[in-house]
Design a protein around this ligand. Structure first.
Ligand SMILES: Cc1cc2nc3c(=O)[nH]c(=O)nc-3n(C[C@H](O)[C@H](O)[C@H](O)COP(=O)(O)OP(=O)(O)OC[C@H]3O[C@@H](n4cnc5c(N)ncnc54)[C@H](O)[C@@H]3O)c2cc1C
Length: 374
């Protein structure tokens, strides 16, 4: 059955917008709408004090700068630690892969700063849409999808993840470090935050992340464990995850950020994709009329390479990504082109391997041999 086309009345005519969840996507959306002259109200479960954003806070400074500038936030003020390479551990040997301005930044501070640009009600944990009196309700609650509700069966995939904040007096490697797991099921990371502090975490579709994490901590015992956080990461992208919007009475509920699947499978990178989805939604909401269907179409178009990444990861997992499989080769090639392009931003050094349909890490300074990640 075809979905009905929903055209909202002109927003200047008093359509009210509620944004549930004021994390990176909700905070950016609210701030961006405010700068575009559209009023929205944010409803956030957490308070300002000790606001937590369970995430490794890593992104490309070049990628995020432009978004934040539109809401008068200068990312350079929030950078914790920056690097021009990431150390990739493929079975004990370290390969330094070039990156352009990869950095950890104070993500909670950026979120709270953006949230100052519009009205946010805090300690407001929302359970469903019935309590919200608005015409458009944006679900920006990340993996929870607290308002739009669970995805249709078979369309959602989440990867369990766990992370510690630790301190080393003498770090064994004061750099960005990742240890990929076989068949692209996930990876372990150690990201520096400055001052001897690091995020050390792991996510794994095979649910083996806790064992791998404790193995790593055994190899490199920290001097202090400051905090622990665990939450799954959604990796089913727009076009696979459904629904992206739904109607409840007269109201339209629409998803953004991780609630809409804006996370790059393979890396679990969701900060820039969240901003990209919020930017798209802000444009639609500020356009004078709002069609949830055309917003969904735009996301499906913008995130097509995420679907290639998703299919690639799934086939690697199943062991069906063989050299003769043209679909897998095509998806790997698209993914490699994305990583090498301006849009890839975080990891620039990846290309398809000739035999195995794997990704290859480009060496840091012209070393002749490429390293395949199988
Ligand atoms: C361990 C881990 C490490 C990661 N590391 C990185 C990384 O280094 N780089 C990267 O790019 N991505 C990373 N990601 C992914 C990234 O964190 C997310 O994709 C991104 O934060 C999604 O943003 P969001 O605003 O959509 O959702 P969230 O960041 O989850 O924000 C949701 C907001 O909604 C609020 N909320 C939830 N439920 C309710 C409710 N019922 N009512 C009201 N408010 C509610 C929450 O308090 C929160 O403020 C990581 C994820 C995890 C789990």
């Amino acid at each position: 059955m075809a979905t009905p086309k929903i055209i909202m009345p002109a927003l200047s005519g008093g359509v009210r917008i509620a944004i549930v969840g004021v994390g990176i996507s909700g905070a950016y959306l609210g701030a961006r709408l405010s700068h575009l002259g559209v009023r929205a109200i944010g409803l956030e479960a957490q308070g300002e004090d000790n606001y937590r954003s369970p995430c490794a806070w890593a992104t490309s400074i070049d990628g995020i700068r432009g978004y934040l500038r539109t809401v008068d936030v200068d990312i350079e003020e929030y950078v914790l630690r920056e690097a021009d390479g990431v150390y990739v551990d493929l079975g004990g040997t370290l390969h330094r892969v070039p990156t352009r301005r990869l950095a950890t930044f104070d993500k909670p501070a950026v979120i709270l700063r953006m949230a100052r640009e519009f009205e946010v009600r805090r300690q407001a944990r929302v359970r469903g849409a019935s309590s919200i009196d608005s015409d458009v309700i944006v679900d920006a609650t990340g993996v929870h999808r607290a308002v739009i509700g669970p995805a249709e069966r078979g369309t959602d995939l989440v990867l369990p993840a766990y992370q510690l904040t630790v301190r080393y007096r003498e770090p064994w490697l004061d750099e960005f470090y990742v240890r990929p797991f076989p068949r692209y099921s996930g990876y372990l990371w150690q990201f520096p935050l400055g001052g001897g502090r690091f995020f050390v975490g792991a996510g794994d579709l095979n649910h083996d992340h806790l064992r791998r994490l404790s193995e790593f901590l055994g190899e490199h015992p920290p001097d202090e464990v400051i905090s622990r956080d665990g939450r799954p990461i959604r990796i089913s992208p727009p076009g696979i995850l459904r629904p992206m919007w739904r109607l409840e009475g007269e109201r339209t509920i629409v998803a953004v950020g991780e609630a809409a699947g804006a996370v790059l499978p393979v890396l679990g990178e969701g900060i820039l994709p969240s901003l990209e989805s919020s930017e798209a939604l802000a444009g639609h909401l500020a356009s004078g009329g709002f069609s949830a269907e055309s917003y969904e179409r735009e996301l499906i178009g913008r995130f097509s390479v995420f679907r290639a990444a998703y299919r690639f990861v799934r086939r690697k997992q199943e062991g069906t990504c063989r050299a003769a499989d043209p679909r897998c080769l095509l998806d790997a090639a698209r993914l490699a082109a994305f990583f090498s392009s301006e849009r890839g931003r975080t990891l620039t050094g990846v290309a398809p391997g000739p035999q195995h349909i794997s990704l290859a890490l480009r060496p840091f300074r012209g070393r002749p041999q490429r390293r395949l990640y199988r």
